[in-house]
Design a protein around this ligand. Structure first.
Ligand code: GYE
Length: 349
């Protein structure tokens, strides 16, 4: 991209806005981790043992298989699930799959054996769930998906999917970029840090972004690779991008953690994040907000991780025999940089 184009773009991005595509409607959970007990005997997955012998107490037993602890978003999501389960008075059996599908499948099978009342999980990848979901159905245990979707054709395998519209998040990121370069000539070289390969947010955030920029021939994705939603991988892949490409104008990262890792690589290369390279990311966790308020991230599409209260509500509804919608899309909003500055001191995650 020609320097003049970059300058123009920078002036525009200097008036930074944060889009908060809030995917978690209501938040407001506080307190800390709930009671938890073992889910699965997976050799590598971290499981939490029962505390206080509550399993026999007649409480609702909820088995929850979490993706892992790969990002700030995930930690906030875990806290939300645990504290909401505690508030709801549930016996939560929490299992951390450490980003491995086989660990999640083992945990679900263990929940079935333990005869939990409801199984909820956030599937690390979209495909390959039919067999285990059928096992849960045959055992008469309702399943609720949170955060990430599965691609099973048989939607009777789960009661509902509670989570955000990841395609829309990608579109919001792309639309903002299109706005910045409206009426400008010259190629804009974009590099993309994708989330975990095969995961719903990686697939959908890529698709939404590509859809938004496709009418603009000068906006070019010159490199795209997974950074597995982690800081370490984001840094490593950005280093490789910088080595291989002389003229990177924009980084689109599928989450804040990868953007934060990439920022380290950009600074180490003697470049200014947010100026020499425009940075767009998704999530809106506290560290992302800090980087944005320092001008290192130019635009954040927020994805709210506080899904616990909605999940507990859905568990109660399902157990009460109420009809619940097959898809619960969480709300999205738009905020200016002024809103973001105000939000920073209150940011809980
Ligand atoms: O954006 C990322 C996390 O599934 C929405 O997973 C979630 C994503 C989130 O690791 O930070």
């Amino acid at each position: 991209m020609k320097k003049s184009v970059r300058k123009g773009a920078f002036l525009l991005v200097a008036a930074m806005m944060l889009v908060l595509a809030a995917c978690g409607g209501n938040g407001g959970n506080n307190g800390n981790g709930g009671n938890a007990s073992a889910g699965g005997n997976e050799p590598t997955a971290k499981t939490e043992e029962a505390s206080g012998g509550e399993a026999a107490s007649g409480k609702v037993k909820l088995g929850f298989s979490q993706v892992g602890a790969e990002s700030g978003w995930r930690s906030a999501n875990t806290d939300s699930i645990k504290s909401s389960a505690e508030e709801a008075g549930f016996d939560l059996k929490f299992s951390d799959a450490q980003q491995k599908q086989e660990n999640q499948i083992k945990a679900i099978r263990s929940f079935i054996q333990q005869k939990v009342d409801v199984i909820a999980f956030s599937p690390v990848v979209e495909s390959g769930w039919d067999t285990v979901l059928k096992e849960a159905k045959d055992a008469g245990i309702p399943v609720i998906l949170t955060d990430r979707a599965v691609d099973s054709q048989d939607t009777s395998l789960y009661k509902t999917f509670i989570g955000s519209d990841f395609v829309e998040e990608g579109r919001r990121a792309g639309n903002w970029l299109v706005e910045q370069f409206k009426g400008k000539d010259g190629d804009v070289n974009i590099v993309e840090l994708q989330g975990t390969t095969g995961s719903a947010p990686a697939i959908d955030r890529k698709a939404g972004f590509e859809e938004a920029i496709k009418g603009q021939a000068n906006l070019k994705i010159i490199a795209s690779q997974t950074g597995d939603f982690t800081r370490a991988k984001g840094k490593e892949v950005m280093q490789a991008f910088l080595k291989a490409n002389k003229d990177i104008d924009v980084l689109y990262a599928h989450n804040d953690d990868m953007a934060l890792g990439a920022i380290q690589a950009i600074e180490a290369a003697g470049l200014k994040p947010g100026q020499d390279i425009i940075i767009i990311s998704i999530d809106g966790v506290k560290d992302g907000f800090v980087a944005a308020s320092e001008g290192k991230i130019n635009f954040i599409v927020e994805c709210n991780p506080l899904l616990g209260p909605q999940l507990m509500q859905a568990v109660n509804d399902v157990l009460a025999g109420k009809e619940i919608p097959q898809r619960i899309v969480t709300e999205e909003g738009v905020f200016t940089s002024e809103d973001a500055k105000k939000e920073l001191p209150n940011r809980k995650y």
